[in-house]
Design a protein around this ligand. Structure first.
Ligand SMILES: [Zn+2]
Length: 202
């Protein structure tokens, strides 16, 4: 969870996506060339550094563009739970892995997540461990539900066959493709040339 504070600084909380939505994301839905264009533009707008910690993304001996991370809201107030796209953000590799802290744990990157949370937020180890614990509880809670998908943020850029309002019920998500099980999108899609600014205005 990434929070922009009133003074412009950012707070980086550990996060992990509910298991019921793994692999079902913008990267799966968009043609690869359009995802690459969105990622590149997001990095350029951020000056090719992480929008949370202002560091480049270190890669071997050098650096690379920061990653393009999709931000989601999980809304349980309506008749169906809704996962809503709220924007994308450029993140360095270290900050990015805190947003997938379950995966980081599996990959033996626990200490790295702790170190990043402490570095970015000025926390001590106990603060970081407590925060990761909160993300784990939230993950358990959210994973028990099936989520409809709300992509209205990119209305006007993306036109999706079968879902003109860009609201996809949970049972329709499998038709959008999945980056985890590597299934391809079954519905046709048209993507405009201009990426709407709304995707960076979170
Ligand atoms: Zn960072």
């Amino acid at each position: 969870m990434i929070i922009r504070n009133e003074d412009g600084t950012m707070t980086l909380g550990a996060d992990r996506l509910p298991g019921s939505v793994w692999g079902s994301n913008l990267r799966a839905i968009l043609p690869t060339s359009r995802w690459v264009a969105l990622s590149r533009r997001t990095a350029e707008r951020a000056g090719r550094v992480c929008e949370v910690c202002d560091q480049p993304s270190f890669y071997g001996e050098g650096t690379r563009n920061p990653d393009c991370h999709e931000m989601w809201e999980f809304d349980r107030n309506g008749s169906h739970p809704v996962q809503r796209l709220t924007g994308v953000i450029a993140l360095c590799g270290a900050c990015h892995e805190t947003q997938h802290s379950g995966l980081a744990e599996l990959n033996d990157r626990w200490e790295s997540v702790i170190a990043t949370l402490c570095r970015v937020n000025g926390w001590d180890r106990a603060d970081a461990e407590a925060d990761i614990g909160r993300s784990r509880d939230r993950y358990r809670d959210l994973s028990s539900m099936e989520w409809d998908l709300d992509l209205t943020l990119i209305d006007g850029w993306v036109t999706l066959d079968g879902y003109p309002d860009l609201l996809i019920p949970s049972e329709g998500r499998a038709t959008l493709g999945n980056t985890l099980d590597k299934t391809k999108r079954k519905l046709s899609l048209v993507v405009g040339a201009e990426i709407p600014d709304a995707i960076w205005r979170w």
